[in-house]
Write a protein of this length. Structure first.
Lengths: 538, 202
């Protein structure tokens, strides 16, 4: 009997100690975060002590449970635990299942009516292969957003199918589609393909439109005025660039303005590079007319060029400087070659939509960008030199003269765009019925586009083949410019979905009222409600 | 005490748990948390390496560690070896990190360039074991090389810089230029002077 008494006397202490050990175990679990041996021993000890307490004096436990307060408390506790549990499970389900509802006023997360019309009207299968390389943790940046976007396309038409491919896991397929950048989204249909690097509605819808039209954009390289050849040659030539463009689904053709009365109607863009003999008035008229009527021109300039081509750039407010850019910054030029400008990072914009490999601009001149472009013209620098660059204006100079030479930074690649004026949006007066430039029947919303590079050498075989890594960077920059230029003027246009400004500016009394409500009124209401409940229960 | 409300909440909780379990089952392995990858390629330390052989573009270089911390070029033989340079390359190999693991799937290894390995590096360890890194082709982005450890099935990508550092040992074997020890010039006690010969007069 005495033994039983002793155990009963010890039981409450065991219960208290067991509770404390359980509390300590919870603390250890929160701090350590894993099932450490200390935690396991604490739980075992707590469990044994609590079991001892219950077994030794079960009546105490039974009586305690019968108390009104305990019953109310346990019900409230259970309700709290279950309520928290419901939130945890809902959160778990939300993480596992991505569902989007677009409540934005501008419909930012909804496909535009133009895309809906395009996709619903598809009469041939379109397959989209999204190449996304994964990182060390198996995650890929932007893949989830791309999946959600492409799901919206597949939901619209059974003609669209989407496959996500990790190019590192399937290099053969990546090489088949010339994928060298992740992400790349390839759109294919009926043997035609187009690739974009941005999972954006504008880019994907345009690519779908391209492949269903099944046309390969034609880029005309002007000849006849001493321009570089499209074939390999001892002098400056563009054969490597032409091959690179072919891989990018662009077809290069030579064109002499002396043999035509207008730029051919299938021209997606026209390239002019460092002419050495002056243009005839007729050639000037053809090229200017093309550009003014929604044409797209890429112009490669050179320092101290033999022919002044600023008449081509003037409508956009641009001009080419008379001089050679040299950069003294260690990262801004090749070692001991200040005239070999290195562009480590391009300015992101309409032309450069994703990071490009560094480019080397050998013998570049600067392009003068107006502080205030002409009305309607949008000018974006693509590549700029460092602040330690100089424009050497003396063609015979052998060194930089910081006292007289203009100091940088200088723009050495620029893009410009302007809408076709309504006055010019009429059929061009071409003497022959065909071919006609794009300006002959410009569509509503047609734009003229111009890209100017301050170097011609940078895109020639002489530089592209000399160093493969430089060649890749330079080719990609030129291709990016032509990709932008060859976007069809009749392309699907997705309106910009600017989020509505929802910011609220509080005037003095509103701010004071907010402080009053938050710090006094709401606590007072809670206090009042508590007092009322207390009085009623009493 | 509102027992009915508690009961309703418990029922909702039970339904949600069932939904979560059922939907989680469908997600399978993809739903499970991604384990933190172990990015180290080897477990040995630079000090454990007795000998290292690197083969690259048909040429090879072998270096050995005759005494702790001292490295010597064995092949091609050289009178003086750049021990610091070799130690750096060995450390690169021992501490080699994967950029990521690549599941091979049904692909053949030749797809990853292992039919003609770009480079192999074999380390003979002091415990008698041998570890060989086989480097295949570049990945499509050109950001790294596919690589494997001989005898293991895992495929992974390693950085261009690490592979370049291993290849550089073959391209430019670590032959040190002996530093000349300056010796004091002997000052002649007397400068012999040559007396002009008597000009013979005719």
């Amino acid at each position: 009997m005495r033994g039983d008494d002793l155990l009963r006397r010890l039981a409450p202490y065991a219960g208290i100690l067991g509770g404390l050990l359980l509390f300590a175990a919870a603390g250890v679990a929160l701090v350590v975060g894993t099932a450490s041996p200390a935690l396991v021993w604490l739980l075992i000890a707590a469990g044994l002590l609590l079991l001892f307490f219950v077994v030794t004096d079960p009546q105490v436990v039974v009586n305690a449970l019968k108390l009104r307060g305990v019953r109310y408390g346990s019900n409230a506790g259970l309700m709290t635990v279950v309520f928290i549990g419901i939130f945890i499970v809902i959160n778990f389900l939300a993480v596992k299942h991505n569902v989007q509802w677009d409540f934005t006023q501008s419909g930012r997360y909804t496909l535009s009516s133009a895309t809906v019309k395009l996709v619903k009207g598809l009469k041939q299968p379109v397959h989209i292969i999204a190449f996304y390389a994964k990182g060390p943790g198996g995650q890929s940046s932007g893949e989830s957003a791309a999946k959600l976007l492409l799901q919206r396309y597949t939901a619209l038409s059974h003609e669209i199918s989407v496959t996500f491919v990790d190019p590192d896991v399937n290099p053969a397929l990546a090489r088949q589609y010339h994928v060298t950048v992740s992400p790349t989204i390839v759109v294919t249909s009926n043997g035609h393909e187009d690739a974009v690097q941005l999972a954006a509605e504008q880019d994907i819808s345009s690519a779908i439109e391209n492949v269903i039209e099944g046309k390969t954009p034609v880029v005309y390289f002007l000849t006849g005025n001493g321009e570089p050849s499209l074939q390999p040659a001892s002098g400056p030539s563009f054969s490597s660039l032409v091959s690179f463009l072919k891989k990018n689904n662009l077809q290069a053709k030579p064109l002499s303005l002396l043999t035509v009365s207008a730029i051919p109607s299938d021209a997606a863009a026209v390239v002019e590079a460092a002419p050495t003999t002056p243009y005839s008035p007729k050639e000037k008229e053809i090229l200017l007319s093309y550009l003014e009527h929604g044409g797209h021109v890429l112009y490669f300039a050179e320092p101290f060029g033999k022919v002044d081509m600023n008449w081509l750039l003037k409508p956009f407010g641009l001009s080419v400087s008379e001089g050679l850019v040299a950069d003294l910054s260690p990262s801004g030029s090749l070692p001991n070659q200040p005239q070999a400008i290195v562009i480590q990072a391009y300015d992101r914009g309409s032309v450069v939509k994703h990071q490009l490999p560094p480019g080397v601009y050998l013998d570049a001149t600067s392009i003068n960008v107006p502080a205030k472009p002409p009305a309607g013209v949008t000018v974006e620098p693509i590549a700029q030199t460092s602040q330690q660059s100089f424009l050497v204006t003396n063609p015979k100079a052998t060194a930089i003269n910081p006292a007289t030479d203009k100091r940088g930074p200088f723009a050495i690649a620029v893009s410009a765009e302007k809408p076709v004026a309504s006055a010019t949006a009429k059929p061009a007066a071409t003497p022959t019925p065909s071919p006609a430039g794009p300006g002959s029947s410009p569509s509503t919303g047609a734009v003229s586009r111009l890209v100017v590079f301050g170097s011609t050498l940078f895109a020639t075989d002489q530089v592209l083949t000399a160093n493969p890594s430089i060649g890749e960077g330079n080719s990609e920059a030129a291709a990016a410019a032509l990709q932008w230029l060859t976007e069809s003027p009749n392309h699907i246009v997705i309106p910009t979905k600017t989020p509505a400004d929802r910011s609220m500016v509080l005037v003095g009394w509103q701010s004071n009222a907010l402080v009053f409500v938050n710090t006094l009124f709401v606590p007072a209401i809670v206090l009042f409600a508590g007092v009322v409940v207390w009085l009623r229960r009493r | 005490m509102n027992v009915r409300l508690t009961g309703v909440l418990v029922a909702i909780f039970a339904v949600l748990v069932v939904v979560a379990v059922v939907s989680g089952r469908g997600s399978g392995a993809a739903a499970s948390a991604t384990p933190t990858p172990n990015l180290g390629v080897f477990t040995f330390k630079p000090a454990d390496v007795k000998e290292l052989t690197i083969s690259y573009e048909g040429k090879g270089v072998t270096v050995s560690q005759p005494s702790p911390g001292t490295w010597k070029l064995v092949s091609p033989p050289a009178a003086y070896s750049d021990s610091t340079h070799i130690a750096g390359v060995v450390a690169t190999l021992a501490n080699l990190q994967k950029i990521r693991d690549v599941p091979i799937g049904t692909n053949s290894l030749s797809v990853f360039g292992f039919d003609k390995p770009y480079l192999t590096a074999t380390a003979d360890l002091s415990n008698g074991q041998q570890e060989t890194l086989i480097v295949g082709g570049k990945n499509p982005e050109g950001s790294g090389y596919y690589a494997q450890v001989k005898g293991k099935s895992g495929l992974f990508i390693v950085s261009l810089i690490d592979v370049g550092s291993l290849a550089q040992l073959v391209v430019q074997p670590p032959i040190a230029t002996p530093t000349a020890v300056p010796t004091p010039l002997a000052t002649p006690a007397s400068v012999p002077t040559v007396a002009p010969a008597a000009t013979a007069t005719p």
